[in-house]
Each structure stands twice: as structure tokens, then as C-alpha cells.
Design a protein around this ligand. Structure first.
Ligand code: HAM
Length: 414
């Protein structure tokens, strides 16, 4: 037997329904907020992610599904969605439409070669949004609001963490200050943190190691070193969140694992799913379009980890839907097929059993198909151009002329 690769999962039945429901709900919210669907390739040039997500990030440094294709190109499976959408944005020359706003949403598989564990897969799915051309911090607020609305609609509890990662004016002096502090405690930090002092000092702040965290309590705080503009934006964001009743905490150690962020950063976490508790993350990336050779364009976005919320989603009650049709003898199959075609043309869900069977077997089939109506034609019905119908919800049976079903009437029970 050939199994799926380690860290990759099939979505069957209930999981598939949950996936559809999450994507459907999030897409509907995104549309309400003025976002348009976008789809970009899963395979991209490796240098796209090196330049955007950053060479010093774990994602690029350790976790990429990277290979050389038959044409000798260095390619990789996307580890996240933002870089591809920004590439598409620049490629379509949308960066030249200065002053215009573009808002996109997407969903699909992402790939990271991590050690699989609960909540951490090698192929997982994200729902994400990216907003281009809007520099106002109100957009950051709107995206947090949108995430809250998506999770509320899905019946999922969450905590919101926010931080500001500063800009090119305030981040470099802060980083210098931080490196000075970290060098002073380097001996006591874990090997990962020691290495990061040189490569990516900001990421030291979110080390998961308990003893590192204790040492870092004294570290200089990013949000106390912001320039006037970043400070004003961060305070405004908090004020807007206060006014909208969204609870949040300022987490000065929230730095995100991707290098393209500046300004607001946020994460939604759940306390019900174990160690991998981040269910969504995002923030502002005002320099990313430039990193990918576009004209300077502000950007902000987020992504939800679909597998992480799969079990938390409160699913709507499943209802029987549409038709199951079957024949009792070989001669009745053609009128069944004809009826199926006509019902489907009316937009109805129809499953057909091709093998002639007795009534009891068909009723069982209709039950398995979760159909609302079971329609069966045997010799008696065929000669009268009629069909025997059972409404499996109302538990009523009737014999109806075929013509009444294919007229515009919605259900046989009216
Ligand atoms: P991220 O924080 O790397 O951000 O991923 C977003 C979410 O994807 C995480 O909060 C988590 O729920 C889920 N996730 C990440 N890795 C895994 C994994 N191995 N298995 C299962 N779920 C996982 C981004 O990817 C950014 N592109 C978000 C963004 C969009 N920022 C701006 N725009």
C-alpha cells in the first residue's frame, strides 16, 4: 500500500466538509470587506522566498521543499502565500497604478519541511488576504476586525496579540541596542539564540525556551523605542480595537517568523489546541513590494492555518439535500436518467443508482447519500409516466407524475 507522505494529510468526509465550510465562510467575509479572489502558482522560483521571507528565517533556512526542475531551474513549493501574491502584483504592473488600492484573498496548500507534530504539518492549508496601496493603520485594524469576524462566524474562541515592529527609522537603532543587550547575556542563551544574535537578533525575542524567556524579560522593548510615526500608528490601532470591543494584549516579544514585516504585527491564538497555538498571523510589510523590484507600495495581510482550526469549528447542522434516484427494473433506468438530467439542470443535487434494485435497497442508498428525496421508478410507475417519491425528512410517500417534478416546482411536498 502506498501511503501519503509524512506530515501530509488527506481531507476526507468530515475533514473535507470542515475545510469547505472554513474556506466558504472566510471567503464570504473577505468579499464583504472588498477583497477579490486571487490564485497564484504553488511552485515558484526559490529566490522569490529568499528575497521576501528572508534567508535568515527558519522557513527559508531549513524548511523549504526546494529542488532543481528538469530545465535546471531552482524552484520550491511555496511555504506561504504572501510572496507569490506580491510577485503577481508586481508582474501585473499593479504597482504602477499609484494611489489605487488592491485587495486579494486566496487559499490553498503551503509546504514547510518541519518536524510533523500536532498542529504542524508539512503540507497544510492557509486562507490569506493581502491588501496593497493602503498605508493607513486603519487598514491594519480592519484586517484584525475581519479575522475576528471570521473566527466569530466559525464559532472559534481566540486571543489577539499585537505588536509593532517599527520601520526603517526606528528598527535599526533598536536592533543595535538589542544586540548590545543580547551579547551581554549570550553565554546563558540557548545555542539557537546565540546563533541568531548575528543573523536575526529580533527573533531571539520569541524563543520558546523557558530560561531564555526569563533572561529576555530585561531586554529593551521594541514598542518603547518606536519613532513618532510608528508610535502614533500603534496607539491609534489600540484605540480602534478598544472602541470595537476586541480584547487584545500587547506582546512585545511577538516578532513573527518571516522577515518582511514592519509596523503592526498580530497573531490570533487558541488555548484549545496545544503547543502550536497560533491560528492566524499577519501584519504590515511596507517594503516587500520594493524587495521584489516593484515601486514602493504599502501592504498588509494575514493568513489563517486551516488545519489548526479544523477541530474547533462549530459546523452547521447537516441537512439532507436533493435527490437519490433509482430504478426497480432495467427498463426504468432510462426515465430515471432523463429525470436526473432535468433535475440537475434546475440546480438540484442528484445521485443516481444505475443497478435495478428493490425499494428497501434504494431507501438505504438514499439514506447513505444524505438525500432529502428518494425517487424510484418500477414497472407500475413507468407505464403511468410517474415516480414513487419518499421525503426522508417529512417521512411522507407519494406517487407523482414525472412532469410535475421537472416543472419549476421546488419540492414534491408542496
Ligand atoms: P505564518 O504565521 O507563517 O504567516 O502562518 C500563518 C498560519 O499558518 C499560522 O498562524 C499557523 O496557523 C499556520 N501554519 C504555519 N505553519 C504551519 C504548519 N507547519 N502546519 C500547520 N499550520 C501551519 C504567514 O504565512 C504569512 N504569509 C501571513 C501573512 C499574510 N502575513 C501577511 N500576509
Amino acid at each position: 500500500m502506498i501511503n501519503a507522505l509524512r506530515g501530509m494529510k488527506d481531507l476526507l468526509f468530515d475533514d473535507a466538509r470542515r475545510y469547505e465550510h472554513i474556506v466558504g465562510t472566510a471567503s464570504a467575509v473577505a468579499r464583504n470587506y472588498g477583497f477579490d479572489f486571487v490564485e497564484t502558482p504553488i511552485l515558484e522560483e526559490t529566490r522569490l522566498f529568499k528575497r521576501s521571507v528572508g534567508e535568515s528565517s527558519d522557513i527559508v533556512g531549513k524548511e523549504m521543499y526546494q529542488f532543481t526542475d528538469k530545465g535546471g531551474n531552482d524552484v520550491c513549493l511555496r511555504p506561504e502565500g504572501t510572496a507569490g501574491v506580491v510577485r503577481a502584483f508586481v508582474q501585473a504592473k499593479l504597482d504602477r497604478q499609484q494611489g489605487r488600492k488592491y485587495r486579494f484573498f486566496y487559499y490553498g496548500p503551503m509546504f514547510r519541511y518541519e518536524r510533523p507534530q500536532k498542529g504542524r504539518l508539512r503540507q497544510f492549508h492557509q486562507f490569506g488576504v493581502e491588501s496593497f496601496g493602503e498605508a493607513a493603520v486603519e487598514e491594519d485594524y480592519t484586517l484584525i476586525l475581519m479575522l475576528a469576524e471570521i473566527f466569530d462566524r466559525l464559532g472559534i474562541g481566540y486571543r489577539v496579540k499585537i505588536n509593532s515592529l517599527g520601520c526603517t527609522a526606528c528598527m535599526p537603532p533598536y536592533r543595535k541596542n538589542l544586540v548590545g543587550f543580547l551579547e551581554g547575556i549570550a553565554e546563558e542563551l540557548c545555542p539557537d539564540c546565540r546563533r541568531r544574535i548575528a543573523t536575526n537578533p529580533i527573533r531571539v525575542l520569541d524563543c520558546k525556551n523557558e530560561s531564555c524567556q526569563q533572561l529576555l524579560e530585561e531586554a529593551p522593548k521594541l514598542n518603547e523605542s518606536l519613532c513618532e510615526k510608528c508610535d502614533r500608528d500603534f496607539k491609534r490601532l489600540q484605540k480602534l480595537l478598544d472602541a470595537s470591543g476586541i480584547d487584545y494584549e500587547v506582546d512585545t516579544h511577538l516578532v513573527r517568523g518571516l522577515d518582511y514585516y514592519s509596523g503592526s504585527a498580530f497573531e490570533f491564538v487558541s488555548d484549545e489546541i496545544g503547543a502550536q497555538s497560533a491560528i492566524a498571523g499577519g501584519g504590515r510589510y511596507d517594503r516587500l513590494v520594493e524587495f521584489l523590484e516593484g515601486r514602493p507600495t504599502p501592504g498588509v495581510g494575514f493568513a489563517i492555518g486551516i488545519e489548526r482550526i479544523m477541530e474547533l469549528v462549530q459546523m452547521p447542522e447537516e441537512r439532507r439535500e436533493g435527490w437519490y434516484l433509482g430504478a426497480m427494473d432495467a427498463d426504468s433506468l432510462d426515465p430515471i436518467l432523463d429525470l436526473a438530467r432535468r433535475l440537475r439542470a434546475q440546480g438540484k443535487r442528484v445521485t443516481v443508482e444505475y443497478a435495478p434494485k428493490g425499494l428497501k435497497a434504494h431507501l438505504k442508498g438514499a439514506d447513505r447519500a444524505q438525500a432529502r428525496y428518494c425517487g424510484v421508478i418500477g414497472e407500475n410507475e413507468r407505464i403511468r409516466a410517474a415516480i414513487w417519491v419518499k421525503d426522508l425528512e417529512a417521512k411522507e410517500e407519494k406517487i407523482l407524475p414525472l412532469e410535475t417534478l421537472v416543472s419549476d416546482r421546488v419540492s414534491p411536498s408542496d
